[in-house]
Design a protein around this ligand. Structure first.
Ligand code: ADP
Ligand code: MG
Length: 681
């Protein structure tokens, strides 16, 4: 089909050659509707034809590029119906290598004997016989380029995207640069047009670097603008201004001295609560850093000033645990604490809510569902949300609507570096607990195959015999045909091996009251061995537990394993984490090695990101990360500060982005808000 209408940025992708309804639907899946969308669809990576290696230097299983003359084209070998393997023998000047092409006759016949090419693909070697499973190739004279590789969807090939972009790229001329000229000059950034052209079809490595730097800056810059504006909206006045923030009695009543980090965080929180606008603070600390005591100090201060606090936990188990902790430390100081739990009868719930509304209790602990829905407070001054990554901005706001703009403290056990936290939780101020209480020992981590399971169970038994407790975590609740271990069956199977020891079972499908009962029995050491799913993952605090055994460890993310391991080593006794996995794949081995080599949640988060890519780590809505099209949160973190600084300066000059020259920016920001209406948790 001949298409003659001249292309513009707003043209639908169907205006491009070879794009009909079918391909347009595939593009739609990737969020691409117009030519302009396509131009902003940045490559995921590049095949670097500019730096070929010698076949003899190839690494088994790695992708690489080798340049060579074609010596001979072998006869096509049909393997079976629909699969033909084409083989080509080439020489890189030093050694011969074999190029294998799967099913692509077009490529095979395009390659000529005696000519020189650059072949890209996956390398393997059998002795001195080198093989390249080819994915793409270029004639050697065209080899001075980086070839873009796009994130595809089934049915859409890289070649199709490249072809469409080759046509669409002329429209880069029409792009209006949203970044102000002075900013481009100050930051030494190239123009948008150049950036778009060279991000898709880099004119050499340097051009690529220049293009990428500009686009990363733009992304951070626009995101910062959006975040600063979001934050501005929250600075409504609060009626909750604490007059007295002396917490000496609270500190004096604790059985231990607060850590320096705890003291600092409490100081920051109390200073916020004295101000005339609501606190919006994130308390971030590695597992076991003692966030709960910081929260208790804030609750204490609020109560002494006559304000109620709401403490929300992501699970019933944690709510019950917080209730126990808060009662223990606060009740003796005259602060009344209640627990709003799912195991109350409707009548009990109603009564309790009446009392809360009447101001009988200073602190209400519960799951967010319970505390948020239909709970009326007498005078709510402080909202504490534990384990931030399970809650969203919207939820926080909804609760904040319950009082006269109460202060808000969010606690997170997913440690991420400060710069990242600024991006992810851009609407929050940040306090960090970067110090563990004294006397903590690092948890010794062992990785074993399942054939050592019995020995591991023997080890668990020894520790229980010494008066300690243990967890065994399985990925599933009930057995399925997945081959994974399930907590219910596991418990039944091993119970016999632990005579005289009380083995408990805990999983998410149990009723709240059942879970409470099991958890509290474990807390009291009436249960010594707890077989569980990841419901124990976040926050559970039983200092007498010293062994955490995780079955099918390959099924859990690094951050999750770190959380699980954080359930032990909370007291002063030596603790162990045993990771059981029969998966010997390279990726899994790398992951488990990270677990063995470090106990630092920040390092683990970083490795997790590296291994999974930020898409996965921050990809889910839960994490609340606005999607990044090009910036890498770790690699580019340094540029974020500059971009944020520039965003502040711009907003100082034009707070509502009303100036004509800032209009294109405003359009982008509005779109960011729009796309993240219910995201940005
Ligand atoms: P997390 O930050 O993981 O939520 P918790 O608040 O549950 O950690 O605290 C972990 C354990 O450390 C608890 O048993 C708590 O009582 C104890 N703890 C908290 N602060 C201190 C401290 N300053 N010194 C000693 N132990 C502490
Ligand atoms: Mg906690």
């Amino acid at each position: 089909m001949e298409k003659t209408v001249s292309l513009s940025l707003d043209s639908p992708v169907t205006a491009l050659k070879n794009v009909g309804a079918k391909r347009a639907a595939l593009y739609e899946k990737l969020g691409i509707r117009t030519v302009s969308d396509l131009l902003r669809f940045y490559p995921r990576s590049y095949i670097d034809y500019t730096s070929p290696i010698m076949a003899a230097d190839g690494q088994e299983g790695e992708s690489c590029v080798i340049k060579g003359y074609v010596l001979k084209k072998l006869q096509p070998a049909p393997i079976r119906k629909g699969l033909v393997i084409y083989k080509i023998l080439a020489n890189d000047g030093l050694s011969n290598f074999q190029v294998t092409i799967f099913n692509n006759e077009y490529a095979y016949y395009g390659i000529k004997t005696g000519e020189e090419y650059v072949f890209a693909g996956k390398f393997s070697a059998k002795g001195r016989v080198f093989q390249l499973a080819m994915t793409s190739y270029l004639p050697a004279e065209d080899a001075g380029i980086l070839r873009p590789v796009y994130n595809l969807t089934e049915g859409l090939t890289n070649g199709m995207v490249v072809n469409n972009l080759t046509e669409a790229i002329v429209c880069a001329d029409q792009l209006e640069d949203p970044l102000p000229k002075e900013l481009l000059q100050d930051q030494k950034l190239c123009q948008l047009r150049y950036a778009i052209e060279n991000i898709h079809f880099p004119n050499g490595r340097e051009a690529y670097e220049i293009a990428r730097r500009r686009l990363v800056f733009e992304e951070f810059f626009t995101m910062s603008l959006a975040l600063i504006k979001l934050r501005g909206r929250e600075k409504a006045a609060t009626a909750v201004q604490l007059a007295n923030t002396d917490i000496t009695p609270f500190e004096a009543s604790l059985p231990f001295a607060l850590t320096g980090a705890q003291r600092r965080a409490i100081g920051e929180i109390l200073a916020d609560m004295k101000k005339s606008y609501p606190m919006n603070r994130l308390l971030q600390g590695d597992v076991g850093s003692g966030k709960t005591m910081v929260a208790a100090a804030a609750v204490y201060a609020a109560a002494k000033n006559g304000y109620q606090s709401a403490v929300m936990a992501p699970t019933e188990i944690l709510a019950a645990q917080h209730f126990a902790t808060f009662s223990k430390v606060l009740e003796p100081l005259g602060v009344k604490v209640c627990l709003l739990t799912g195991s109350l009868t409707p009548r009990q719930k109603e009564l309790l809510k009446e009392e809360i509304a009447a101001g009988t209790y200073d602190t209400v602990v519960g799951t967010h569902a319970l505390v948020q829905n239909s709970t009326v407070f007498h005078n709510l001054g402080l909202v504490i949300t534990d384990e931030q990554h399970r809650f969203g901005v919207e939820q926080r706001r909804r609760l904040a609507g319950k009082g006269e703009s109460p202060h808000s403290l969010v606690m997170s056990a997913t440690p991420i570096p400060r710069t990242l936290a600024l991006i992810v939780y851009g609407d929050l101020d940040l306090s960090v607990l970067d110090e563990l209480p004294k006397g903590r020992q690092t948890v010794e981590t062992l990785v074993i195959h399942s054939d050592k399971r019995n020995r591991a169970l023997g080890f668990v038994k020894e520790h229980i015999a010494a008066g300690e407790q243990a967890y065994i975590v399985c990925p599933l609740v009930e057995e399925s045909d997945s081959g994974l271990l399930a907590a219910s069956q596991y418990k039944d199977q091993i119970a016999g091996a632990f005579p005289g020891i009380s083995v408990g079972l805990l999983h998410g499908k149990m009723r709240p009251a059942e879970k409470d009962a099991v958890m509290s029995a474990f807390q009291k050491n009436e249960i010594q061995l707890l077989v569980s799913t990841t419901v124990v993952e976040v926050g559970v605090d039983v200092p007498n537990a010293t062994v955490m055994m995780v079955e099918n460890a390959e099924r859990f993310g690094l951050a999750q394993l770190h959380q699980l391991r954080g359930r032990v080593g909370r007291g002063s006794k030596k603790s162990y984490c045993i990771l059981v996995s029969d998966n010997d794949g390279e990726e899994n081995r790398k992951r488990l090695k990270v677990m063995k080599s470090t106990a630092d949640g920040f390092v683990i988060a970083r490795e997790d990101l590296k291994l999974r890519g930020s898409g996965d780590f921050f990809g889910s809505r839960q994490s609340g990360m606005p999607a990044l099209a090009i910036a890498d949160l770790f690699e580019d973190a340094g540029m974020f500060a500059e971009a944020q600084e520039a965003a502040r300066a711009l907003l100082k000059d034009d707070p509502e982005l009303e100036k004509l020259e800032n209009h294109p920016l405003k359009v982008i920001i509005d779109r960011i808000f729009d796309q993240n209406k219910d995201g940005w948790n």
